[in-house]
Design a protein around this ligand. Structure first.
Ligand SMILES: [Zn+2]
Ligand SMILES: [Zn+2]
Length: 880
């Protein structure tokens, strides 16, 4: 059998299905779009759900993809076995109401046996036990003997998730030969060992399930297939496991090279090598799709994978940072199938390098927290660290269970493994129940999902702001409608519209839709499922009906101001890359008529100098009156010409390229000025951090800048007025006011200390004698606990041996008490802690302390008089 590399196999699969009239789509980004049920894309069909439900019209009824996927359900086993991985590529061919079982089965057979050249005597199909149709096709049409076709139960060969589309499947197993087998006499398809492996899964989506075991036949039956590319490579390359296929091996070799170790020389090291080679692929791909490490959601998955990889690097004896370096190997191995890896390479390297640095610090932090926990055990004379503590270290500080165990065992302690597992299970349950509450689509129901999916609308508003068209759909806020009348809120959908729908960070247009007798105020324009544009607003007068001819007019001022801000973000993007470096990537943007916001990847705050340089570059390009041109291009040509593309964006083959002179070139669907000169002026208002590694700039253009300075001017005049001077002498005035405040402050300090010593003198008159022990109990005005203690120390010096009780309140509900007892008084039986305990009750508080010093807080200042009055009695009871 001829052997093929992973990159070749991927191409062979896609080419094969292209020859069968399939539209080959690029892998969708790992971040699911409009799907709350998933953190990360976990299967080839996941991003195609809207096509399966009929909510959106697929671009063709036959589609084929190679989809990047991440699953973390078995993360604990990655490395320990040679089967598990978090990142994988899934090949799939899909039919949306087009071909069905016959073609799907025949093509899978043709691809495996003729294109790849697998030996058909080693292939075994399986079908769902009740699916006679599939059985017949295998037997009669493909010619597989009956005893080689396995009928399996619902568990194995019926695909369904909750309610929604579902159906039986047919899998194809490959017999890898005895050398991979377990040797048991009953070793056959379905055995747990590595001999028979499932290579292809055809899902025949023919039912709609209600989630309770009731099925109705679907009108449009679909095909959804999945084949793990790595698994196919294992078979074709006839290697032991996924970690031995060509792409994995390149990464594995690089790790061994960095660590100076050899694969298969030490089982523990092998675990680390396999784990790192899997995790580095996952994090490299996540980074290229714009996912940023954090403590929740996708960001947490990223962080966890990266830290596990870093930790295992240390187990291999790697001293320095290595993950960024290793990601270059991933980029090189996979860029043929995923060009975005190469495009975002600088950024990926920087991000991984910074995150690995953070991990090094976390390790130190985790160690000191573990030390604290250990000290607590010692104090309580315990020998086992509770499971929740182990879990907390694991979950919050990324401290692996084994590490905690290892460290504690060295010191003669144990860990509660059962408790740890329990905590882990609780967290899993929580995550699971959170997931199962979403429907098949993983999105919320809206009225728009009921719109006829054959309807589409076209945007015609790049060059004109007025257009005539026909209404094709109407909705109220809750349901489809055939008309909308004055006073009603709702949405109008037309065939062609000049209104820009919110997207790419740019707000939707506003304006009016009119007929001779009716008027609709458009408050927002939005994209609806299935290539439709919705004009959201209310009917001002008259009535709108489906099929009405209407005239659509966009608010020109809003559009013009928005265009200035949008064009400025392109100049800003380029300027940031010039000043800060090529790791800067757009992470998000918001463009409206009155401001712009631009989020980008960068790992420290910008300096004032950097901000000024960026501002200057943008303003220079505005002054140069660069023409703004847009061009429809093939995506590959656009990228070749250096057009900047965004993270995780799903681009179609034809893209719109917006260029501003030779300065900036970006893929963008937004609306722009015709000439950079129209932006007039650009001003950055703020630069802040919004997440680890993501900065945000807020800025203004045109009239926004003028209004900004007008505001500042008004404030300046107001400030001058308040300071009783003119704006030109305001600074001088503030300086002299500050000087004056300084002089007054120091005078005030002098007066205060004079007052305090007077108070000291006065209170000494209130010393009482309690059976030969001196007691000073006084209410001091307006001191907090600190002040009270300081005063107490001074009084102690004056009083010599004896007992001091001080009370004070800074508010009616804020009382502080302090008690101080000298050694001699302690010998007589006085105890500051017990004194305070009894007295604090009188001010509605509690407290205690040592024999010589104690303090308490209270909530009732009215009780202070009682405290002073009772002090003598309480002390007297204590004395021997
Ligand atoms: Zn076996
Ligand atoms: Zn843009």
């Amino acid at each position: 059998m001829q052997t093929y590399g992973v990159n070749e196999l991927r191409k062979m699969f896609l080419d094969f299905f292209e020859s069968k009239d399939h539209l080959v789509l690029k892998s969708f980004p790992l971040i699911p779009q409009n799907d709350n049920s998933l953190l990360l894309i976990n299967a080839g069909m996941a991003p195609l759900k809207p096509y399966f439900t009929g909510q959106e019209e697929p671009p063709r009824k036959r589609i084929a993809t190679c989809q990047k996927c991440i699953r973390t359900g078995d993360i604990e086993n990655v490395g320990k076995t040679s089967r598990h991985a978090t990142f994988f590529e899934m090949l799939g061919n899909f039919s949306f109401g087009d071909y069905f079982k016959r073609e799907a089965i025949a093509w899978s057979w043709e691809f495996l046996t003729q294109v790849i050249g697998l030996d058909k005597n080693r292939l075994y199909p399986s079908v769902y036990e009740k699916d006679d149709e599939a059985f017949e096709i295998w037997n009669k049409e493909i010619g597989i003997a009956k005893d080689r076709i396995y009928r399996m139960g619902k568990e194995d060969n019926f695909w369904e998730i909750g309610s929604g589309p579902c159906g039986p499947c047919s899998e194809i197993y490959y017999d890898r030969g005895e050398k991979y087998g377990c040797g048991k006499p009953d070793c056959e398809v379905g055995c747990e060992c590595d001999r028979f492996i499932e290579v292809w899964n055809n899902v025949f989506t023919q039912f709609n399930g209600d989630g309770k075991g009731n099925y109705t036949e679907l009108e449009n039956k679909n095909i959804d297939t999945g084949m793990g590319l790595e698994r196919l490579a294992v078979i074709v390359q006839d290697v032991g496991s996924i970690f031995d296929i060509d792409t994995f091996k390149a990464i594995r070799d690089k790790i061994c090279d960095i660590a100076g170790v050899t694969y298969l020389s030490d089982p523990n090291k092998d675990i680390s090598i396999r784990l790192i080679s899997d995790h580095i692929r996952a994090v490299t791909f996540m980074a290229s799709d714009g996912i940023i490490p954090s403590n929740e959601g996708r960001g947490y998955v990223f962080r966890r994978l990266l830290r596990r990889a870093a930790r295992h690097g240390r187990l291999l004896g790697i001293k320095d940072k290595f993950l960024a370096d290793l990601s270059i190997t991933v980029v090189n191995e996979f860029k043929a199938g995923y060009p975005e890896l190469d495009e975002k390479k600088d950024y990926i390297i920087k991000l991984l390098s910074i995150e690995e640095d953070k991990f090094n610090k976390t390790i130190d932090q985790g160690l000191s927290i573990l030390q604290e926990m250990q000290n607590n055990l010692e104090k309580k004379n315990l020998k086992i660290l509770p499971g929740e503590d182990v879990f907390k270290l694991y979950d919050t500080y990324g401290f692996p269970f084994d590490l905690t165990k290892e460290i504690l065992e060295e010191k003669g302690y144990q860990v509660d493994e059962e408790g740890f597992k329990k905590s882990m299970e609780i967290q899993r349950e929580t995550a699971r129940s959170a997931r199962t509450t979403t429907n098949y689509m993983g999105s919320e129901e809206t009225v728009y999902q009921h719109l006829d999916h054959n309807l589409t609308s076209k945007f015609v508003g790049y060059d004109s702001l007025v257009h005539e068209s026909k209404i094709i759909a109407l909705t109220t806020e809750t349901e489809l409608a055939s008309d909308l009348v004055a006073g009603q809120k709702g949405t109008i959908v037309v065939e062609e519209t000049p209104f820009y729908a919110v997207s790419g960070g740019q707000i939707g247009d506003t304006g009016v839709i009119v007929t001779d007798s009716a008027e609709f105020a458009v408050e927002d324009t939005i994209k609806l499922p299935g290539d439709k544009i919705g004009h959201v607003g209310r009917v001002i007068k008259g009535i709108f009906k489906i099929d009405d001819r209407v005239s659509l007019k966009v608010d020109e001022n809003l559009r013009a101001a928005t265009a200035k801000n949008h064009s400025a973000t392109h100049l800003l993007h380029k300027a940031l890359r010039m000043v800060l470096g090529s790791h800067v990537e757009q992470a998000g943007s918001y463009v409206s008529n009155d401001r712009l916001r631009f989020d980008f990847t960068h790992f420290s705050a910008m300096t004032d100098d950097e901000i000024t340089r960026v501002e200057n570059i943008v303003n220079q390009q505005i002054l140069m009156n660069l023409p703004v041109n847009t061009q429809l291009m093939n995506i590959d040509d656009a990228k070749k010409e250096g057009a900047m593309a965004l993270f995780g964006e799903k681009y179609s083959d034809k893209v719109r390229v917006v260029s501003m002179g030779d300065f900036s070139k970006e893929l963008c669907g937004g609306t722009h000025v015709a000439n950079t000169g129209h932006i007039t002026v650009f001003k950055i208002i703020s630069e802040t951090g919004i997440a680890a590694g993501v900065r945000r700039i807020e800025a203004l253009t045109g009239n926004g800048v003028i209004n900004h300075y007008k505001d500042l001017e008004t404030k300046l005049y107001e400030a001058a007025k308040v300071a009783k001077t003119e704006p030109s002498s305001l600074i001088h005035r503030i300086e002299s006011l500050l000087e004056e405040i300084k002089v007054l402050k120091s005078e005030n300090e002098k007066l205060k200390s004079k007052l305090a010593s007077n108070t000291l003198g006065d209170v000494m008159n209130e010393v009482q004698d309690v059976s030969g022990v001196k007691l000073l109990a006084v209410n001091v005005p307006e001191l907090d606990m600190n002040g009270l203690r300081n005063l107490g120390d001074k009084l102690k010096d004056k009083l010599g041996e004896g007992v001091i009780i001080l009370a004070s309140s800074t508010a009616p509900d804020k009382v502080s008490l302090v008690a101080m007892v000298s050694q001699e008084a302690i010998n007589r039986g006085a105890h500051a802690g017990n004194l305070i305990k009894e007295l604090a009750v009188l001010v509605g508080g509690g407290g205690g302390g040592r024999p010589n010093m104690a303090q308490a807080g209270g909530k009732n200042a009215a009780g202070i008089a009682d405290v002073i009055a009772k002090a003598k009695d309480v002390l007297s009871k204590q004395l021997k």
